[in-house]
Design a protein around this ligand. Sequence first.
Ligand SMILES: *[C@@H]1O[C@H](CO)[C@@H](O)[C@H](O)[C@H]1NC(C)=O
Ligand SMILES: *[C@@H]1O[C@H](CO)[C@@H](O)[C@H](O)[C@H]1NC(C)=O
Ligand SMILES: *[C@@H]1O[C@H](CO)[C@@H](O)[C@H](O)[C@H]1NC(C)=O
Length: 336
Amino acid sequence: MLTWTDLNICLPRTLFLLALLGRVSSLKECLILQSAEGRTVSCYGPTEFPSSLPADTVHLSVEFSNLTQLPAAALQGCPGLRELHLSSNRLQALSPGLLAPAPRLRVLDLTHNALRSLPPGLFRTSAALRTLVLRKNQLPAASAQWLQGLDALGHLDLAENQLRSLPAGFLLSLGALHTLDLGYNLLESLPEGLLRGPRRLQRLHLEGNRLRRLGDGLLAPQPFLRVLFLNDNQLAAVAADSFRGLKQLDMLDLSNNSLSSTPPGLWAFLGRPTRDMQDGFDVSHNPWVCDTDLADLCRWLDANRRKMFSQNDTRCAGPEAVRGRRLLDVAELGSL
Ligand SMILES: *[C@@H]1O[C@H](CO)[C@@H](O)[C@H](O)[C@H]1NC(C)=O
Ligand SMILES: *[C@@H]1O[C@H](CO)[C@@H](O)[C@H](O)[C@H]1NC(C)=O
Ligand SMILES: *[C@@H]1O[C@H](CO)[C@@H](O)[C@H](O)[C@H]1NC(C)=O
């Protein structure tokens, strides 16, 4: 963290550097800061990608600049680059060799661009990449080859694209993945084996898609999953063994789906009596039919009510006699 003393020391030097480098026309819109690790170059609003970057650039941001393309050799000459932030441009495509000159890259942020595809082999030399953010692009489909080479990738964000389906082997090479965000796409189903590959997934975002069914096998390979978002889908069925493999789930959001009941045994793997969920769960805004088929869920709700979110919005849609009643109240009465 910078303190005032640090700033007093840094500032004159920074100004000096700016004065020096300001003469290189392509870095005019860039602020350059020096640290022990190397230089941080932040550019806002340049009309083209800066050329002649300092050779010791470790952190480069060219954001909010409406760039539509990057030169194929954009990163040539900064072999120590660790972070590249390119959010809020209008990039439509990337050249396959773009990242080859920067094998130490750890963070690549391409949020809010216009990417419709990724070139095969883009990450062939990206074994150090930890974080890849492709949120808010226009990717309509994903290829199983895209992510090859990302041996160290921990965080993959593909939210807010237009993905309709994913190939079965999509994540196969991502052994280190801990956080996966596929939220707010157009996914209607997922291949059963999608999550084979990552060995310790902790957070999974699937909210805001069009998923209709959760199958037995999807979550099975992920015993360390802690946080699971499935809200805002069209789930009408959740298979009885869906949660069987989950040993440490602390947050589950199933709100705003089309569930009218759940199969017997589904809830046995979560929460009490085995363990408390640390954060909680939400099953509100589903058309629950509070008849004997729901008795299993209601008993579980009663035992886990301390961890239940949106209690007031979790109500019976039927049958007629209890329509509009809170599930918790029905559960409490033991009337099922
Ligand atoms: C980018 O485009 C938007 C919309 O056309 C415009 O408002 C903004 O000023 C542009 N930004 C730059 C840095 O040119
Ligand atoms: C429910 O999810 C849909 C998308 O599936 C969304 O459009 C809607 O706003 C959500 N409703 C609530 C109450 O969150
Ligand atoms: C619960 O919902 C009812 C009606 O739907 C409303 O009148 C009441 O204020 C709500 N209570 C809370 C605590 O939100």
